[in-house]
Design a protein around this ligand. Structure first.
Ligand code: ASP
Length: 343
C-alpha cells in the first residue's frame, strides 16, 4: 500500500506543478488564439416588436452599427480600449433611440437623471457619475472622474460642479426628453397606479435602451463602459447598477470586461459584472461559463443581459430578457449587428 503511494508521488508532483504552471491560462476562453482587438456594444435588454416597421428596425440597426464603427475605427487603428469605449458610448448617448444621454427615460419627477461609468482593465481604475442632469455625455465626465480625480464615483450636485470645472458640454435637462419616452412614462405611471411594482421584478419592455461597450485593444488592454437614464419612473435620486463598478461595469486585464443592462437592483445585489470576472479568476471558468452561470443561475429570468470580452478577445453576450440590442466586431473580420433573437 505504502509502496503504491510512494510510486504515485512523482506523478502527483508532476500534476501539481502542471496545475500551478498552467492555472493562470485555464481561463483562456473558448479560442486560445488571442485576437488583436475585439469590441462589443449593447443598446439595452430589449428588442423591437414583431410588428415594428422596417424603418424602426433599420433605425436601431443603424444606431448600433454607427456606434460600433466609431469604436472599431479607434481600436483597429491601434487606439486604446478606453478611447474606443468612450467614442462608442458617446455616439449612443447622442442617438435619441437609446436610453442614455438624449432619449433617456423620465424619472418620477418628470426629469432625467443619468448614470455612467468606465473602467480600465489595465489598472483597475475607474470613473463614474450618478444622477447628473445637465451633462450631455455622461461617459466623458465619468472618464474625467477617473483621469482627473482621486475618486471613483461623483454624484448629484458634486458631479455637476465637477462638470463645470472640466468644461464638458452641458445642456438643459429637457435636451434629453423625447416624445417616445414621455409616452412610455405616461404608460408606466398609469400601470403603476393600478398595480404597484414588485421590488425585484424584471425590467419591462418600455425601460430598455441602456448602452454599454467592452473592448480589448491591440495592446492587450481591456476596458468597459455603461451609460443610462435608468428605469422609467424611477424614484428621484435612485441610482442603478450602471455607475457601480462590479455591478453594471467591470474590467480586469487578467479576466474580462463586462457591461450589463437590465434591472439595476438585481445587478447590484449579485455584483454581476465583478462576479463574472471573479469566477474566471478563482474558478478558472471560461467567460462563457461564468457569464451563463451568473445570468441563468444567479439572476431571475428576465432580469437582463451582459456583453463581455475576455483577455483573448473571445466575445460573449448572454441575456434572459426578451432580447438585447447588440453588435460586435473583431480583428478576425467579424462585424455583426443583432436586434432580434438571431445568433
Ligand atoms: N440597468 C439600468 C438601471 O437599472 C437600466 C437598463 O439597463 O435598462 O439603471
Amino acid at each position: 500500500m505504502i509502496d503504491r503511494v510512494w510510486k504515485s508521488v512523482p506523478g502527483l508532483a508532476c500534476a501539481c506543478i502542471a496545475a500551478v504552471v498552467f492555472m493562470p491560462f485555464a481561463w483562456s476562453g473558448e479560442d486560445s488564439q488571442r485576437k488583436d482587438w475585439a469590441i462589443v456594444v449593447h443598446g439595452g435588454a430589449g428588442t423591437v416588436a414583431n410588428d415594428a416597421s422596417a424603418e424602426t428596425v433599420q433605425a436601431w440597426r443603424d444606431g448600433l452599427r454607427v456606434a460600433l464603427e466609431k469604436g472599431k475605427s479607434v481600436v483597429a487603428d491601434g487606439g486604446t480600449s478606453l478611447d474606443a469605449v468612450e467614442a462608442t458610448i458617446r455616439s449612443l448617448e447622442d442617438n435619441p433611440l437609446f436610453n442614455a444621454g438624449k432619449g433617456a427615460v423620465f424619472n418620477s419627477a418628470g426629469g432625467h437623471e443619468l448614470d455612467s461609468s468606465i473602467m480600465d482593465g489595465r489598472t483597475l481604475d475607474g470613473g463614474a457619475v450618478a444622477g447628473v442632469t445637465t451633462v450631455k455625455n455622461p461617459i466623458s465626465l465619468a472618464r474625467r472622474v477617473m483621469d482627473k480625480t482621486r475618486h471613483v464615483l461623483l454624484a448629484g450636485p458634486g458631479a455637476e460642479q465637477f462638470a463645470t470645472e472640466q468644461k464638458v458640454d452641458r445642456v438643459k435637462n429637457t435636451h434629453f426628453s423625447t416624445e417616445r419616452r414621455r409616452a412610455s412614462w405616461d404608460r408606466v405611471r398609469e400601470r403603476e397606479a393600478k398595480q404597484p411594482v414588485s421590488r425585484v421584478g424584471p425590467a419591462q419592455p418600455w425601460q430598455y435602451g441602456t448602452v454599454g461597450c467592452v473592448v480589448l485593444d491591440s495592446h492587450g488592454n481591456l476596458a468597459a463602459g455603461t451609460s443610462t437614464g435608468g428605469l422609467t419612473n424611477k424614484k428621484f435620486g435612485r441610482v442603478g447598477d450602471s455607475p457601480i463598478l462590479g455591478a453594471g461595469t467591470y474590467a480586469d486585464n487578467e479576466t474580462c470586461a463586462v457591461s450589463a443592462t437590465g434591472t439595476g437592483e438585481q445587478f447590484i445585489r449579485h455584483t454581476v459584472a465583478g462576479q463574472i470576472s471573479q469566477l474566471m479568476r478563482h474558478r478558472s471558468w471560461t467567460l462563457k461559463q461564468a457569464a451563463e452561470y451568473v445570468l441563468h443561475e444567479r439572476l431571475n429570468k428576465g432580469d437582463g443581459g451582459v456583453i463581455a470580452v475576455d483577455l483573448h478577445g473571445n466575445i460573449e453576450w448572454v441575456y434572459t430578457s426578451p432580447g438585447m440590442f447588440r453588435a460586435a466586431a473583431d480583428s478576425d473580420g467579424r462585424f455583426v449587428v443583432r436586434i432580434r433573437d438571431e445568433q
